[in-house]
Ligand binder design. Structure first.
Ligand SMILES: NC(=O)c1ccc[n+]([C@@H]2O[C@H](COP(=O)([O-])OP(=O)(O)OC[C@H]3O[C@@H](n4cnc5c(N)ncnc54)[C@H](O)[C@@H]3O)[C@@H](O)[C@H]2O)c1
Ligand SMILES: O=c1ccn([C@@H]2O[C@H](COP(=O)(O)OP(=O)(O)O[C@H]3O[C@H](CO)[C@@H](O)[C@H](O)[C@H]3O)[C@@H](O)[C@H]2O)c(=O)[nH]1
Length: 444
């Protein structure tokens, strides 16, 4: 059993804290958001993340996890302090380290014995040195700073944390190596590697992983755009290349671009880090440019189909940046909405989990409805921006009744082309042929 403090209880901090409690440790979570801390004290998980509520409740009951707004109280007994703080993009695209360095400086003032300070936030190469300097400004006890990047995905966060593909630990402090190895032992029982390296390599591993995955998606989006021009089917190409084990099937799904709180910001931050040392990442630069256009490519298709969009009402299924989350940070749906509003089109939107977050952002600029079918009533066409499970097998007859015309623009390729053909929809998707319903002819 280890005593742990987790500073910042967002998607990463809360999952980290809960999963370490689940493996028998004693965890105190700290956040400056009083409302959030109060909610958690009442046993409420403040974010939507599948399966988190079950282990959260279990560990509160077992007294292994508690919540506070008081940093000093939280770190007093803790041997390991995790920083799971935001590192949002600054105005120039580089990572804003003010949260991390601010807390590091405060830690220097309050730690009274050896602590392992672990950076779990995604931070640029060299941040461990900055954290060390910030803590050392006031600390008069020994401490170690460890880089321990997090690779969990929203929507699968608990499973990714409990069964990681790998754990990366960046430190050259022998005592910290031993403490971190003991802490992570329960998570690597299945033979997944715990890779110990220097701090800088650990920090870069995180950016390299996210940028590689964003590149893989973007490459496929370009292949998909090309498929549309030449009449090839991206689904076939995806299966064809994914079967090569050197390429693999994962992250080859074309769509309306990558979003979320990580890929866009981390890819931009890597580009910025390169610039700082006079290195221009050509590929990363192109990935960001292609993704910009991809996010609103569906609106371009609407314009070429309808011409002027003013006065048209469109149904929008999906607001979250991907299914199984309420997170709307950098969600492609928001870019689609912005562009449609610029064109004076009206939008009726539905998302199973993310509507409250979008309401807080957009107010009554668009209409929000209570279920996926209400969005269709009187709408000219349906736009699909997120591939939620509930959208995959809908009542097509009801859809045809409700829509003004049976027309779908699918940014996530959730329907089979054959099915769209038999159901009689006009169906435009990504990198596949457009299905145009055959005119009804009278039988002879
Ligand atoms: N979200 C993900 O899927 C994911 C995955 C891997 C890595 N990361 C990285 O982890 C870091 C955190 O991301 P997140 O998505 O959990 O962020 P988040 O915004 O969901 O959570 C951050 C939390 O920190 C709190 N906070 C801010 N200042 C604080 C302070 N001074 N003291 C205590 N708490 C404070 C906020 O109130 C918030 O609850 C980022 O660097 C991110 O890039 C995120
Ligand atoms: O084949 C694919 C796979 C994903 N996406 C899009 O890519 C974005 C990111 O998806 P995903 O990676 O599943 O979600 P995140 O929760 O943002 O997770 C990423 O970002 C996290 C934060 O750094 C990392 O920890 C994870 O390893 C990394 O996958 C989403 O908009 C997806 O729609 C595609 O368009 N096609």
């Amino acid at each position: 059993m280890k005593k742990i403090a987790v500073v910042g209880t967002g998607y990463v901090g809360l999952v980290t804290g809960t999963c370490f409690a689940e493996t028998g440790n004693n965890v105190t979570c700290v956040d400056i958001d009083e409302r959030k801390v109060e909610q958690m004290r009442q046993g409420v998980v403040p974010i939507y993340e599948p399966h988190l509520d079950v282990i959260f409740e279990r560990n509160i009951k077992a007294n292994r996890i508690k919540f506070t707004t008081n940093l000093e109280e939280a770190v007093e007994e803790a041997e390991i302090i995790f920083l799971a703080l935001p590192t949002p993009p600054g105005e120039d695209g580089s990572a804003d380290l003010s949260y991390v360095l601010g807390v590091a400086e405060t830690l220097g003032k309050i730690i009274k014995e050896y602590k392992v300070i672990v950076d779990k936030s995604t931070v640029p190469v060299g941040t461990a040195e900055l954290v060390t300097e910030a803590v050392a400004k006031h600390a008069n006890v020994p401490f170690a700073v460890v880089s321990n990047p997090e690779f969990l995905r929203e929507g699968f966060a608990v499973d990714d944390f409990l069964n990681p593909d790998r754990v990366v630990i960046g430190t050259e402090d022998e005592k910290a190596k031993q403490i971190m190895t003991e802490l992570y032992k329960p998570f690597i029982r299945d033979g997944h590697p715990l890779i110990i390296m220097d701090e800088k390599s650990a920090e870069l591993t995180k950016y390299a992983a996210n940028s590689f995955l964003a590149t893989k998606i973007t490459f496929m989006n370009e292949i998909s755009n090309f498929c549309e021009k030449v009449g090839a089917d991206v689904d076939m190409v995806r299966k064809g290349i994914g079967s090569d084990s050197r390429i693999g099937h994962k992250f080859l799904y074309p769509g309306i671009g990558f979003g979320g709180s990580c890929f866009p910001k981390d890819v931009s931050a890597l580009l910025k880090s390169g610039k700082a040392v006079d290195y221009h990442f050509e590929i990363i630069d192109a990935v960001l440019r292609v993704n910009e256009g991809q996010k609103t490519s569906t609106v371009d298709k609407l314009v070429s189909y309808y011409g002027d969009l003013s006065g048209y009402t469109f149904a929008l299924w999906g607001l979250a940046f991907k299914p199984d989350t309420d997170d709307i940070r950098e969600a492609p749906a928001l870019y689609i909405i912005e562009k449609l509003l610029q064109q004076r089109a009206k939008i009726k939107a539905y998302d199973p989990e993310a509507m409250e977050n979008v309401k807080a952002l957009l107010g009554d600029k668009i209409e929000f409805v209570d279920n996926q079918y209400d969005a269709l009533e009187g709408a000219e066409a349906l736009l699909i921006a997120t591939e939620w499970g509930a959208f995959r097998n809908p009542d097509f007859d009801k859809m045809k009744e409700l829509l003004a015309t049976p027309t779908i623009f699918d940014g996530r390729n959730i329907f089979e082309l054959d099915r769209m053909e038999t159901e009689g929809f006009y169906y435009s998707s990504m990198g596949r042929k457009t299905i145009v319903p055959r005119p009804v002819t009278k039988e002879a």
